[in-house]
Design a binder for this molecule. Structure first.
Ligand SMILES: Cc1cc2nc3c(=O)[nH]c(=O)nc-3n(C[C@H](O)[C@H](O)[C@H](O)COP(=O)(O)OP(=O)(O)OC[C@H]3O[C@@H](n4cnc5c(N)ncnc54)[C@H](O)[C@@H]3O)c2cc1C
Length: 388
């Protein structure tokens, strides 16, 4: 099905194996606030690496696996079947970096990340700047051979496990005053402090603290690309992440349709399985139909990227895949809770966990409203036929 090659199917099977091995640890993680013992997480990470599921998006010249976009989607789709972010061990380092990184940056940050020896986090969003990244107030001021970085960043995912951050700020002074720039900041560094670590809907081991940067000194060698380049990196990263959000949503919906079908088949009410009730059948049928549509859209978009489609069209198609797959997965999780009845409201139930966890897929990496704005903008500029 879906025209997958033998190689694609083999990669998909390896990723499915990892997901099947991680699923039994979900409830323990959920009930412990998302945290598993460190040695267990380390063993999961080692297994993901052993199975060839890490750095699938990085070039082989840097030690990555150089998978096609479709193959990366197949891996992240299987990862998406697992709750509590346990499958984040199938890590995807910043694939936009090799094109812009200096040899120093490759050596110090990127190659160790590909090897699993270092981990990054992203400090871009601020209290007053999320969808509108251009509204950031963080600053970067040149000081001799260094820059001084200041600002307060929100939702810095994985700050608790990362050992370096991408920090985006606006240049203060100089030729590019007011333009964006991105920097690599080692963690910990003097001047970087956690303001607080809010609790979020999901229970995962990766925290999203608010982090203050106060006159954090970084050498000019830590500037990514050139002054004024900051925004273009974010756009490229968004395209990749939106595809991977779509992929993980497919996996979540796959798991949910299987679990709800199994439950509906076994659960008897008034002497017959609830799967024979029209109201339940509608929820099952709508869920699988929408999953099929989302998967076809996402795989086709991945193939278009691999075929080198125009980058603006890619951008719009990635938005369509993210929009549709994340909204679809949210609907499927809602129905799955309903099919499970009271059990669907228990945290030990997969539908309950996905019901909370999938909500953020419509928010991060660009909200659904932002995806619609991107798609509509491209429709007006290029015409619907160019996009779909
Ligand atoms: C769990 C989590 C982890 C995150 N991790 C990171 C991270 O690691 N690094 C990082 O930098 N950021 C991170 N983020 C931030 C995330 O990318 C933003 O929350 C997201 O982009 C939305 O921005 P906002 O929260 O400021 O909402 P806002 O931009 O304030 O949006 C509020 C509402 O207005 C709507 N809206 C905004 N603009 C438009 C528009 N043009 N048209 C129509 N409607 C619009 C939105 O859709 C939304 O409904 C994370 C967020 C969460 C929740």
């Amino acid at each position: 099905m879906y025209g997958l090659s033998d190689e694609d199917l083999e990669i998909q099977a390896r990723a499915a194996m990892l997901a099947d091995e991680l699923i039994p640890a979900e409830v323990e993680a959920e009930l412990a606030g998302g945290e598993l013992p460190k040695d267990v997480t380390a063993a999961h990470a080692a297994r993901a690496r052993e199975l060839g599921l890490c750095a699938t998006n990085m070039p082989t010249a840097l030690g990555g696996l150089g998978y096609t976009t479709l193959q990366q989607v197949l891996v992240q789709e299987q990862a998406g079947r697992v709750t509590n972010a346990l499958a984040w061990v199938a890590s995807t380092p910043p694939s936009w970096m090799p094109a812009v990184a200096t040899p120093f940056q490759l050596e110090k940050f990127i190659i160790p990340t590909v090897r699993g020896e270092r981990e990054e986090c992203y400090a871009i969003t601020e209290e007053g700047a999320g969808s509108d990244v251009d509204a950031i107030e963080a600053t970067a001021r040149r000081d001799g051979d260094d820059y001084l970085l200041s600002g307060e960043k929100w939702h810095v995912t994985s700050y608790n496990s990362a050992d370096y951050a991408f920090f985006q700020g606006k240049l203060a002074g100089g030729e590019h005053d007011g333009e964006h720039a991105m920097f690599l900041v080692d963690l910990p560094s003097p001047g970087v402090t956690v303001v607080r670590t809010p609790a979020y809907s999901h229970s995962i081991g990766h925290h999203h603290p608010i982090v203050a940067f106060e006159d954090v000194r970084v050498p000019a060698t830590h500037l990514v690309g050139a002054e004024g380049d900051g925004m273009s990196f974010a756009y490229e990263w968004f395209r990749f992440e939106r595809m991977m959000v779509a992929a993980r949503c497919l996996g979540a919906a796959q798991r949910l349709t299987e679990e709800m079908t199994a439950f509906a088949t076994g659960r008897q009410v008034q002497g017959r399985p609830i799967a024979e009730l029209g109201a339940i059948q509608a929820m099952l049928a709508d869920s699988l139909t929408e999953l099929f549509a989302a998967r076809s859209l996402t795989y086709e978009t991945a193939r278009n990227i691999d075929a080198g489609l125009d980058v603006k069209v890619q951008h719009a198609q990635c938005s369509m895949a993210k929009l549709y797959a994340s909204e679809m997965a949210g609907r499927v999780a809602d129905r799955a809770v309903q099919v499970f009845g009271g059990r669907g409201y228990m945290r030990e139930n997969v539908a309950e966990r996905f019901f909370r966890e999938l909500r953020v897929e419509r928010i991060w990496e660009g909200t659904s409203e932002v995806q619609r704005a991107i798609i509509a903008d491209q429709m007006v500029k290029r015409g619907p036929r160019a996009l779909a």
